[in-house]
Design a protein around this ligand. Structure first.
Ligand code: FAD
Ligand code: FES
Length: 256
């Protein structure tokens, strides 16, 4: 699939809750080709700092490309200050994508931790109306990380939320919601994305229950093209780059 580098107009860039923004780009050329799990690499400013692009999972690809992002540092703060009508230099789509559920799958469980929930909307868009039972388990730190989950629900997802402080949903880590997963390895598949401790807990759960599970890894990146090896992660097959070999891997192969 061709990678495109171009300047795309910002259609909107709005806060959707205390911690997250949603950015929509008029990037039809990318939206046409992107698959769930892939990411785009954005130059957040036209100046020289920050030097490197910042990677973001595709949240939605319809008329344009949308990302959901959390402001955590200089790059995302600059991104949050960009206005509709301005242009951003974007490279994408990059990386591999989630595999579609194998034959026999009846139930798809998506587990998102924090802004790791982002690629799950694109995935649920691809799986909606295909006859699967869709379940989203969303783990957030606090209510500042909770945004409207209507689009997931419209896709037919049953949504369960856990927050660390109990301000919304069940109190505790998202692992508190694992009891919602029906564990038949023939008919259930799991997809996940989030912080490492959560992914380690998901890995343990799927191993114990012999479930298939793909993970989207969000390591810190520089080039985004497999050249600098800066985003390498340890796998059972040796080191692999998150940007080029991933970001999606079989969770059993990742050594957390
Ligand atoms: C494939 C991929 C997809 C991603 N998708 C999303 C997404 O959809 N939405 C979103 O908000 N973020 C996503 N990220 C993470 C996002 O790229 C970083 O949050 C962003 O680059 C931070 O830039 P910054 O300049 O604001 O922060 P920096 O100033 O670079 O860093 C601020 C703090 O955040 C930490 N940090 C930076 N990058 C990461 C990271 N990748 N993982 C964990 N901690 C990090 C730094 O260690 C530091 O403590 C994704 C990352 C990857 C690799
Ligand atoms: S960011 Fe350079 S190899 Fe992945």
């Amino acid at each position: 699939m061709p990678k495109i580098q171009n300047k795309f107009r910002i259609i909107s860039n709005k806060k959707v809750c205390q911690r997250f923004h949603r950015l929509c780009l008029d990037a039809k050329a990318i939206a046409k080709n992107v698959r769930p799990g892939q990411f785009i690499h954005i130059r957040v400013s036209d100046g020289i700092t920050p030097l490197f692009r910042r990677p973001f999972s595709v949240f939605r690809a319809r008329k344009g490309i949308e990302i959901l992002y959390e402001t955590v540092g200089r790059g995302t703060e600059i991104l949050a200050s960009r206005k509709s009508g301005e242009y951003l230099d974007v490279l994408g789509p990059l990386g591999n994508s989630f595999s579609m559920p194998p034959k026999g799958t009846r139930r798809v469980v998506m587990i998102g931790g924090g802004v790791g929930v982002a690629p799950m909307l694109a995935l649920s868009d691809a799986l909606a109306k295909k006859g699967y039972e869709l379940v989203l388990l969303y783990g957030a730190r606090t209510k500042g990380h909770i945004f409207k989950m209507d689009e997931f629900k419209k896709n037919g997802c049953k949504v369960f939320i856990a927050t660390n402080d109990g301000s919304v949903g069940v109190k505790g880590y998202v692992s508190k919601l694992f009891s919602k997963i029906e564990t038949n390895p023939q008919s259930t598949v799991v997809y996940t994305c989030g912080p490492h401790p959560m992914l380690a807990a998901v890995k343990q759960f799927v191993l114990e229950n012999n479930l298939r599970c793909e993970v989207s890894c969000e390591e810190v990146m520089a080039c985004g093209l497999g050249a600098c090896l800066g985003c390498s992660i340890k796998t059972t097959d040796g080191y692999r780059t998150t940007c080029h070999d991933g970001p999606v891997f079989d969770i059993n192969k990742i050594i957390f």
